[in-house]
Design a protein around this ligand. Structure first.
Ligand SMILES: Cc1cc2nc3c(=O)[nH]c(=O)nc-3n(C[C@H](O)[C@H](O)[C@H](O)COP(=O)(O)O)c2cc1C
Length: 171
């Protein structure tokens, strides 16, 4: 797939067909995460990749809208240093947002569906992932072969109109 095709084909996929993701594709996706730009190149993130079914099922309980994680072929936990400093937290969130899109577009490029999940129960996430006390699991990105239909460019995405969101020269 070309970049433009991947951008248009990516959608949140919550149902997977049960096939594993081949090692080369999974490593490719993780390499994309590693190459993500970050504020001052701090790379404060860590990525925990989970493929064990029982662990995925446990991980899916960290948030009530994370059930898709249990059925995924793999889920990448986006981990950042635990911080009480709002500026630092904001920077980590921005950097992880960029990592999320790197992961999702690279997955789409290989025909792999992906879906975000927030993390509400930090204690459970820490226990399931074995995180040290000074780290927090900020987001989960689940991955798998789409069960419904292959990823193809979406002609009419559910988005605000271009003239509504884009302001040219001035608001
Ligand atoms: C910051 C963020 C958090 C999200 N959290 C969840 C979530 O916890 N569970 C879920 O099923 N989807 C989650 N989503 C997916 C959004 O609902 C989805 O991206 C949006 O509805 C647009 O759908 P699309 O990605 O298929 O275009 C999240 C997306 C973002 C950007």
């Amino acid at each position: 797939m070309q970049t433009w095709e991947a951008i248009r084909a990516r959608r949140n996929v919550r149902s997977y067909d049960g096939r594993p993701i081949d090692d080369d594709t999974l490593e490719h996706i993780l390499e994309a995460a590693r190459r993500t730009p970050s504020s001052m190149n701090q790379q404060a993130w860590d990525f925990v990749v989970v493929t064990d079914r029982e662990r995925l099922q446990d991980l899916s309980k960290v948030w009530r809208h994370a059930a898709h994680v249990a059925r995924s072929a793999a889920t990448i936990a986006l981990v950042a240093p635990a911080s009480a400093d709002p500026d630092e937290r904001e920077t980590f969130q921005f950097d992880l947002g960029q990592a999320s899109m790197s992961i999702m577009l690279t997955a789409a490029d290989r025909g792999i569906g992906s879906c975000h999940a927030a993390v509400a129960d930090q204690a459970l996430a820490r226990e399931v992932l074995g995180l040290p006390a000074e780290r927090e699991c900020m987001w989960l990105i689940s991955l798998g072969h789409p069960a419904d239909r292959p990823l193809t460019p979406i002609e009419r995405p559910s988005r605000r109109a271009i003239d509504d969101v884009v302001h040219r020269e001035r608001w």
